[in-house]
Structures are given as C-alpha cells and as structure tokens.
Design a protein around this ligand. Sequence first.
Ligand SMILES: *Cc1c(COP(=O)(O)O)cnc(C)c1O
Length: 391
Amino acid sequence: MRRVYLDNNATTPVLPEVLEAMRPYFGEHFGNASSIHHHGQETRAAVERARESVAALLGCRASEVVFTSGGTEADNLAVFGLARSGDHVITSTIEHHAVLNACKHLAKYRGTTGCEVTYIPVDGRGLVDPADVKRAIRPNTKLITIMLANNETGVVQPVAEIGKIAAEADVYFHTDAVQAAGKIPIDVNKIGCDLLTISGHKIHGPQGVGALYVRKGTLLEPMLYGGSHERSRRAGTENVPGIVGLGKAAELAISGFERGDDRKMAAARDHLERELLEIEATGLNGEGAPRVPNTTNIYFDSIDGEALVIALDLKGLAVSTGAACSSGAIEPSHVLTAMGLRPDRAKASIRFSLGKQNTPEDIDFALALVPETVGRLRELSPVWLKSAVSH
Ligand SMILES: *Cc1c(COP(=O)(O)O)cnc(C)c1O
C-alpha cells in the first residue's frame, strides 16, 4: 500500500546523508570522546565538528552549544538550570509540554520551592503579545521562556521583540526553536535569546539527541552530575553517533535554505491548505499569524479528529490531531483551546506537517483522500446531519 507521511512535526525521517555520516560511529569509530588515545581523538574531533555545524545553523559560537538527549532535556535544562527558589518565571499557555510541565514542576523541584510562574495567554491567531510579557516582569523574574514556532499550528512568535524586552529588564530569555530549526533561518543574536533549544529528529536527524544554545556567561546549574563533559554543563559520555547525525542534519538544513527548500515547502503547504479549505465548514487555525512553511492546522466541523486520523491512516495517509505526545488523550489540545477555539472545534482539528522528502504527488494523494473521507465521516455524524439545514 502506498503510504504518505505528513506528520513531520512529530518526527522526520532521517535523511540518507545523515545515516551515512552516523554509520562509522556505530562501527570502526567507537572511541569514547574523552579518551586521550587515537580512538578518543577520532570521536572527539567528530563531536566538535558537529558542534561547529550546529553553531553555524544558530549563528552562535561552538562553545555555546550543549548537546543533550533531545529537545525535552534541553528545555528542562533551560528551566531548571536557571530558576531558583524565590524566582519568578514567565512562559506562555501554548508551550510544548517539555516547557509547560517543567514550569509546572518548578514549585516541587529541588531548591526551587516557591518559584512562581506566569502563563501569558495568546490571541485568536495564537500569538503572544510582547506587551503582556513586559507587563508580567517583576523584580524577581529570572527567566522568560516563549517558543519560536508552535508544534501544533506552526505559528511563529514575535521572539525578537520579546528578546529586546528581556534584555532591557536583564532577564534571561529561552526559546524552544525545535519546530523552527531548518524551516526558518535562526540567528540567536537577532532573536536576542540567552538559551535556545533544538532537537535532532525534528530536522531529519536521529531521535534521542538535541542541543541547547547557552549564551556565553550564562550561569546554568546542571541537571546531570558526573564527568566534566560539555564543559560541565551536561555530564555523561557523549552520544557520538547521535551528535554526528545532528551535526549533519544541521549542515543539510543550511544547504536546504540555500537551495530554497523552505520556499518549495511553503508552496506545497499553501496548495494543500487552499484545497482543504475548499471543503465546507472548515477553517484554518492560526489564520493571520506568521507561520513556519511546513505546517497547516485545519478544523473540519462535526468531525472527530481522532476518527479522521484513523480513517486516513487506513488509506495510507499519516497525519495527526496535534501533539504526538498527547494523542489518545481525551482532552482537546491545550494550544487550540488557548487560542479560544471551542472544544468541539479543537477536537475536530487536524495537523498536516510536511517534510523535505514530500513530493507534489504526496500532496495530490492527500487531496484525493481527505475531502472524500471527511464527507463520509460527516454522513455518519448525527451532529452534522442535524445541522444540515445550515449548510
Ligand atoms: C518535539 C518537540 C520537543 C521535544 O523534543 P524531543 O527531542 O522529542 O524531546 C520540544 N519542543 C517542541 C516544540 C517540539 O516540537
């Protein structure tokens, strides 16, 4: 059966060049990067080359890149590495759970008892208002953490404005750029952030590896203690194959921008979106906001999103109701409800997220399936049939 994958915000396929770059580090180049002999030097050099590649993608120095086990660990390191007892943290209601639940946990964590967190709301487009962030700053505010691009809607936040506000107030600013990396250019100095998260498997690298950019001079308390790996910011023998894969994925992301991959992806996404919105009683979540070029999130009224995902999967199309980690959850998406969507509309919403590997034929495949499947499910929906007079 033909299968088309349009769930690239959940994870992306590893590109063949990435796998090739990683392969020797599972085989002949097996050394511990901390060993002083030949085998260690070989893997150390590979880790440092990867660090240069990630730094090039983010516009920072290699010494400011800390490799982690993924986006979740990098987000946690940013939050727990800075917030202390008595501190105040500002975040938004639409963050990924790696930030949201870390912030929720702050009150219980180690010496951070007593941390207070302000959750900034978003408007109907899914945007944080920088003025709200500014107003929320208190004398004890230590950290602002607001994501760059949302994983469910692709909406891009005004991070450069928030960065300016944070700098003026002398507050650390972290941004989760997991869904922005490789899709829009990132420059930590233009954003004005002190910390920034990326993840390997969201940019066609391997799962289980990520990185946190930490601006020089940022006093970060580690979460893991052990050896002096990663300049004592993250102990543990390096995941060399993973790091090499992340480095290669970063290189390919840079050359992708030079080739115009992002523009091609936007054109394919726009085509898909336009056609899907032709279906009656549908709408775009994040309408009117800047978005990354690969994501579209659409509600299909009177449809159960979960049922639509399953029906499409049976026909070979992989899409998602939103965050992969909360699929199967009964609760509607916290992102869409924060945008003011009615719960039934939030549950009727589907995320289509494209990747570099997708072809125009993949889009045609989706367009041949979705309208028909939506129609079929609606014919079985009492809500839809009851409201038939209105459409
Ligand atoms: C996937 C994702 C993460 C988590 O990254 P992992 O590497 O899967 O731990 C964090 N933030 C956002 C926005 C994501 O999409």
